[in-house]
Design a protein around this ligand. Structure first.
Ligand SMILES: [Zn+2]
Length: 310
């Protein structure tokens, strides 16, 4: 049975009832600006990290690196293990009638062919040791940024940026500092080293984990943010901050870790005006076209800031 057996309008109506589904599944939500937020049902959450995005149809947890619609959430919560069974689960929770011949009442029908292209979204997880390593690095980086030692000046000089911009850029679980003799960026679920010498290969190396969201996305998810500047890397992002783009309080600068912008991140930009600040070289333009395509239907508008490399 394929998803084509379901009426697209019925599926869309179910997607729009995501908050109702979450509440029924025990996720308490409260309004914060144009989003609904709540404690993440998937990790030990002290602050409300889980949010339903302004479009009302997608949600995500920033530390878990999860984003998805009501059918993805059903699988993420372990209530179903395929798209078909997720439709049945959501329909039963919301009291939606599905005509016979579709999945209702037979979520794991034996005749169902395997659907490898719709694997349940598994939250990204780190070993306790890796998590500890990231936590320690973040603490060390905070000391570098706020401790007044000479290392901050050295890092600022290597990036040709004012130290104040670096201090402003570090937010929440995203920071920067020095590790293994290299410039290092902290992400919520990873540490990314940048070679100090731009001529040396490789330019970047993940020593722990990976990017599960753009760098500084947590900052951009604040309700007052209307415009998001998406840079192609962390140093470009900090250059945008140094240029004053965040000064009016309604804009936020975030970084795609290079050209690897994941499709699953697009719903995080829901309702926001997005300005792509990618390099004006051919790979940068190709990446900009790809990302603009992914953001269409999520963000309020997407524009390209040609030649924006500061
Ligand atoms: Zn979570």
């Amino acid at each position: 049975m394929s998803s084509n057996n379901f009426d697209p309008a019925t599926l869309e109506a179910m997607r729009c009832r995501l908050p109702e589904y979450l509440t029924a599944r025990g996720v308490e939500l409260r309004r914060q600006g144009n989003r609904l937020v709540g404690k993440c049902p998937h990790h030990d959450d002290t602050s409300p990290s889980f949010a339903v995005f302004p479009n009302g149809k997608n949600c995500g947890c920033y530390p878990c690196g999860f984003t998805g619609d009501v059918f993805s959430v059903s699988q993420w919560l372990g209530r179903s293990d395929s798209f078909t069974s997720a439709v049945a689960d959501v329909a039963s929770v919301l009291g939606v009638y599905l005509p016979s011949g579709t999945a209702q009442g037979q979520p794991r029908a034996p005749q169902e062919p395997p659907r490898p292209e719709r694997k349940p979204e598994v939250p990204f997880s780190l070993s306790p040791g890796d998590r500890e390593r990231i936590r320690f690095a973040r603490w060390e980086f905070s000391n570098i940024l706020h401790g007044g030692g000479p290392l901050l000046g050295e890092i600022a000089e290597s990036l040709s940026l004012p130290a104040e911009a670096l201090r402003h850029a570090a937010f929440g679980e995203c920071g920067l500092g020095f590790a293994e003799g290299w410039l290092c960026y902290a992400y919520p679920n990873g540490l990314k080293l940048r070679n100090r010498n731009p001529e040396r290969k490789p330019r970047f190396r993940w020593i722990v984990g990976k990017a599960t969201a753009p760098w500084r996305m947590e900052w951009a998810l604040r309700p007052e943010v209307r415009t998001i500047y998406l840079a192609e890397g962390e140093s470009d992002c900090m250059a945008l901050i140094a240029a004053g783009l965040e000064s009016d309080g309604t804009a936020a600068c975030v970084a795609s870790p290079g050209k690897d912008f994941s499709q699953s991140w697009a719903p995080m930009f829901a309702g926001r005006k997005v300005v792509l600040c990618f390099d004006s070289d051919p790979p940068g333009m190709t990446a900009a076209v790809r990302v603009a395509g992914l953001l269409a239907g999520h963000s309020a508008s997407v524009s390209n800031w040609k030649g924006a490399r500061p």
